[in-house]
Design a protein around this ligand. Structure first.
Ligand code: NAP
Length: 467
């Protein structure tokens, strides 16, 4: 057999997932000067880019410019995209092991954490994940519905996802009209009667998970006032003594300045509450009508940090919707190791671990599936580079079992035998152009296809028209 990772016999890699971490892994592999690689990237959706398409808020278009980097990666002759191919449904890990020397799981975190409080299953209780997927036209969430005829809502958690959800609820819909927001979401937001959004942080202003830019954007909305009780903006002694990070200091200063502004005169209010944990969702006729919160005091967590502890003081906020935005978690994939407790793929520096806690040869993980749901898009670059370093070390150490089958023709043939209608990168570029054309007709950046069947039939129709 030819030596592996040479032009005659490239190192064959399957990357599962086409979000930022998958593309950064592909980029790092394709950049390697001393070896030849062939990268096949798979996604369960016909469209690439993961959370850049389905997560980043429509009014944050600049963030989506990272796609230009991913397009350069995809232009490499050593890169192929197989969209609409789901691991565990259309192909199995065993198929990948037959065709690829190394597998990289870049599957992100597709589910969310729950609060575990009574009433969480009442109608009107939603995950932020569902709302974000809905307004972004993600096929999994297009059928969700949110009763925006209510006047008050609670968003639980104060990370950047909570900021996105709050902004979309509070922003004037005209500000979203030219973006790539799903049309049905824009129509629903135009009918919205939401006036008050309670943003509930379980700890204080010094421990907020949002970035300074994100909270400042909420505080600068034309359509809503950010309102903070001056008493809740004050730091307790413990938090004040631990306040060191420049970002945390910025956040505290900002919150205290906003608290001094008072109520303001805008029709909508975003009421940011600190040291408040939901303890029960209350309802009538199966629907959320209020959320009961408990005030917290902040105490040492014994590890140099601060944790919230219920103070036994309760308050009831009348709300008709609750969005929990308390973090994402992964979901298991058949045949792939999974740590149920942590909600991610167990690994040692990106090498996937088996049941005996030993690395599984040729299996790697990057991004949120590796480290959990933290960091900004760019954080994934260094993370993927680190995993790729381990992959190349394993190659150099001869720790790989070369795959017997060449995926170049065999993999497309396998998918065709199984009647999987896979979508190539040129197919995606066609869909991309169609979405932009659809958008241009109504003055939007793009009008996404939100249903897989529509994407596939649009591609068939486009193919029929191509001479
Ligand atoms: P996150 O940053 O981890 O924030 C989670 C929030 O939920 C925290 O405020 C956390 O409070 C709170 N929380 C957790 N469990 C809770 C409970 N049981 N009860 C009440 N509150 C609870 O997560 P995220 O907002 O989902 O964001 C995920 C990652 O994506 C982050 O790294 C974020 O920066 C990134 N992101 C960035 C952008 C952007 O740059 N524009 C947009 C979206 C997401 P504690 O701090 O007390 O745990």
């Amino acid at each position: 057999m030819d030596k592996i990772a040479t032009p005659q016999r490239p190192l064959r890699i399957a990357i599962i997932g086409s979000g930022p971490s998958g593309f950064y892994a592909a980029e790092a592999l394709l950049k390697e000067k001393n070896i030849s690689v062939a990268v096949d990237m798979f996604d369960r959706l016909p469209t690439p880019y993961g959370l850049v398409r389905g997560g980043v808020a429509p009014d944050h278009q600049k963030i989506k410019n990272v796609i230009m980097v991913y397009e350069k990666v995809a232009a490499s002759p050593s890169f192929r995209f197989f969209g609409n191919v789901k691991l565990g449904r259309d192909i199995q890990v065993e198929d990948l092991r037959q065709h690829y020397d190394q597998i990289v799981y870049a599957v992100g975190n597709e589910s969310d954490r729950r609060l575990g409080i009574p009433g969480e299953d009442l109608s009107g209780n939603h995950s932020a994940t569902a709302f974000v997927g809905w307004y972004n036209g993600h096929p999994d969430y297009r059928e969700e519905s949110f009763d925006l005829s209510v006047e008050s809502v609670a968003v639980v958690g104060i990370g950047n996802v909570a900021m996105d959800v709050t902004r979309i609820l509070a922003e004037h819909p005209d500000k979203l009209a030219s973006t790539d927001i799903a049309d049905y979401a824009l129509q629903a937001l135009r009918q919205s009667r939401v006036k008050t959004i309670y943003l509930l942080g379980r700890r204080g202003p010094a421990q907020a998970a949002y970035s300074p830019a994100e909270i400042q954007e909420i505080g600068s909305l034309e359509s809503a006032d950010l309102v903070i009780d001056p008493k809740e903006a004050q730091l307790d002694e413990l938090s004040a003594s631990l306040l060191k990070e420049p970002e945390d200091k910025k956040n505290v200063d900002y919150v205290q300045n906003v608290a001094a502004r008072g109520e303001g005169s805008r029709a909508r209010k975003v009421r940011l509450r600190f040291c408040a944990s939901p303890v029960e969702a209350l309802g009538q006729g199966g629907r959320v009508t209020a959320v009961k919160i408990e005030k917290n005091r902040l105490v040492s967590d014994g590890r140099g940090g601060v944790k919230a502890q219920g103070a036994g003081i309760f308050e009831t906020l009348p709300v008709g919707l609750i969005f929990r935005s308390v973090g994402y978690r992964g979901i298991p994939i058949p045949g792939v190791s999974f740590d149920e407790r942590a909600g991610k793929i167990p690994n040692a520096e990106g090498r996937v671990l088996g049941g005996d806690n030993k690395p599984l040869p040729g299996q790697y993980v990057v991004g949120w599936a590796k480290r959990g749901p933290s960091g900004l898009i760019g954080t994934n670059r260094a993370d993927s580079v680190a995993t790729v370093k381990g992959m190349l070390e394993d190659l150099a150490a001869g720790a790989l079992k070369p795959a017997p089958a060449d995926p170049h023709h065999a993999l497309p043939a396998l998918l065709e035998r199984r009647k999987v209608r896979y979508v190539t990168f040129p197919d995606w570029k066609r869909l991309d152009a169609l979405e932009r054309e659809r958008g241009a007709r109504s003055g939007k950046i793009r009008e996404k296809f939100t249903c897989v069947e529509d994407m596939l039939s649009a591609l068939e129709n486009a193919a029929l028209k191509t001479p």
